[in-house]
Design a protein around this ligand. Structure first.
Ligand code: XMP
Length: 452
């Protein structure tokens, strides 16, 4: 807010009489531009806070007097203009929520969109349905119909390839595209050697069962060579993204395809920094990790405006199996971003083994359905242990398990200790080079789901 070039909005927006919901920075800007005051906060509010709802109306309709909300701000609204009224406060913020007295304009200092705000979804529903008067009319069937037409229009009589990883996003893209252009589509599965155990087999079998015309590219050696010596996560992503596209180009040349279809979804674009003022968190390789020079006439991304839960609805309406619909998301760069630091064959083998153990134990205890992701990370910390009667100096493996709805925010999962104990015992017994297992107890934000 006080930095040079800090974004503002055109104040004439306030005269449009359209519903407005300012969140966090937007809340402060609304206050400032409408004649209130914002100052650097004496004490920053960061994390979960209790807000007292003084007036449960509009966006705050039906909420309790005390609500758990997630704050993340260093500036504070210290006064609002006459036309506004305060709706909620916290110990540190007297104007934690406000609204215009006669127009549908609201400001919330906290983040209703993160999972840590207990009734955040209710607040957003109140805004969308009550304040804006919208109706919930989105249907997966309509989306399928529309996107098949759009893909057909974009590609015409041309040929296309689709990158297929076996994940839900790329599988849905492949099935929609096959519906749209039939035999003119080739799906390409690039085996970069960074897959989980048994993945290549299960993915290629599933894709072939769906009737998708599939080509498998063996590229494990090339990927490992390109990644040698690389420790920076963003560089790993760029390298993997680049190698994917080069592999796609080779298949495209052979099949005469001019178009590339990708399963990019909306959060990939946000986190890769598509919006001018959204910070780049990570370069999801199917977005900004693409090399500038791509030998395709166009890239088509039919799911680019959908969140994961919507993709799942589309998958269900396409009749895809439960396994595909509920498959854990797996990052495009695969195990390369689950080995902290340099990627070597030895480390990939270790993290693949520990990943299998985590998966088996989480599935065995029946928790898999309630978790967004569960996996292991091979950290670059070595530590001392004792195995048998002797000192062992080996790797530290971290276990990550989170609950989430769309990966934009997540909570670490409260896995029972006995399950964690089984995972830890199995890993240290079955993977000789690992001497220590730790459990990650950080939410997103402030952390991210993947470690890199
Ligand atoms: P983060 O770690 O950013 O992850 O909280 C959010 C979701 O995105 C997945 N992820 C990726 N997916 N390419 C992908 O296709 C990537 O580079 C990448 N990095 C993270 C992650 O597994 C989680 O579901």
């Amino acid at each position: 807010m006080f930095d040079d070039g800090a974004p503002r909005f055109d104040e004439r927006i306030l005269d449009l009489e359209l519903p407005i919901l300012g969140i966090c920075y937007g809340h402060q800007l609304l206050a400032l531009i409408s004649g209130g005051k914002v100052e650097r906060a004496r004490s920053k509010e960061y994390g979960t806070t209790v807000a007292t709802i003084d007036k449960p109306v509009g966006v705050l309709k039906s909420l309790d007097r005390q609500e758990k909300v997630w704050m993340s701000h260093g500036d504070d609204v210290v006064s609002i203009s006459e036309g506004f009224e305060v709706l909620a406060h916290t110990d540190n913020s007297s104007y934690a929520a406000f609204r215009h007295k006669s127009r549908p304009v609201y400001g919330l200092q906290w983040h209703p969109e993160v999972i840590h705000t207990s009734n955040g979804i209710q607040m957003l529903r109140n805004f969308v349905f009550d304040v804006c008067g919208c109706e919930a009319g989105w249907r997966a069937e309509d989306f399928v119909e529309r996107s098949v037409l759009q893909i057909r229009q974009a590609i015409g009589p041309g040929k296309a390839i689709v990158g297929a990883s076996g994940g839900i996003d790329s599988t849905v893209t492949a099935v929609l595209s096959a519906k749209a252009i039939g035999d003119n589509l080739t799906a390409v599965f690039v085996d970069h050697g960074l897959m989980r155990e048994g993945e290549r087999n299960s993915v290629t079998t599933a894709l072939r069962k769906l009737g998708v015309n599939l080509v498998v590219v063996d590229a494990a050696k090339t990927f490992l060579e390109k990644l040698r010596g690389v420790v920076d996560p963003e560089l790993k992503r760029k390298i993997v993204g680049e190698e994917f596209v080069r592999a796609f180009e080779r298949v495209a040349e052979e099949s005469g395809a001019e178009y590339l279809l990708q399963g990019t979804i909306y959060p990939d674009r946000i986190e890769s920094g598509i919006r001018r003022h959204s910070d780049k968190i990570k370069t999801h390789h199917n977005v900004a990790g693409l090399p500038i020079e791509i030998k395709f006439r166009a890239i088509v991304e039919p799911l680019k405006d959908l969140y994961k839960d919507e993709v799942r609805k589309v998958a269900q309406s396409l009749g895809l199996s439960r396994d595909i619909v509920w498959r854990q998301p797996f990052p495009g760069p695969g195990l390369a971003v689950r080995v902290i630091g340099e990627v070597t064959q030895e480390k990939i083998d270790i993290v693949r083994l520990t990943d299998r153990i985590v998966t088996e134990e989480i599935e065995r205890c029946g928790l898999s359905g309630s978790l967004w992701q569960y996996f292991s990370v091979l950290t670059d910390t070595k530590s001392t242990g004792v195995k048998g009667d002797s000192r062992a100096y080996g790797y530290t493996v971290a276990i990550r398990a989170v609950e989430s709805k769309e990966a934009m925010t997540a909570m670490f999962a409260r896995i029972p200790y006995d399950v964690l104990e089984r995972i830890s015992t199995r890993i240290t017994n079955e993977v000789p080079k690992v001497v220590r297992v730790v459990y990650d107890v950080t939410h997103k934000p402030p952390s991210t789901i993947e470690w890199e």
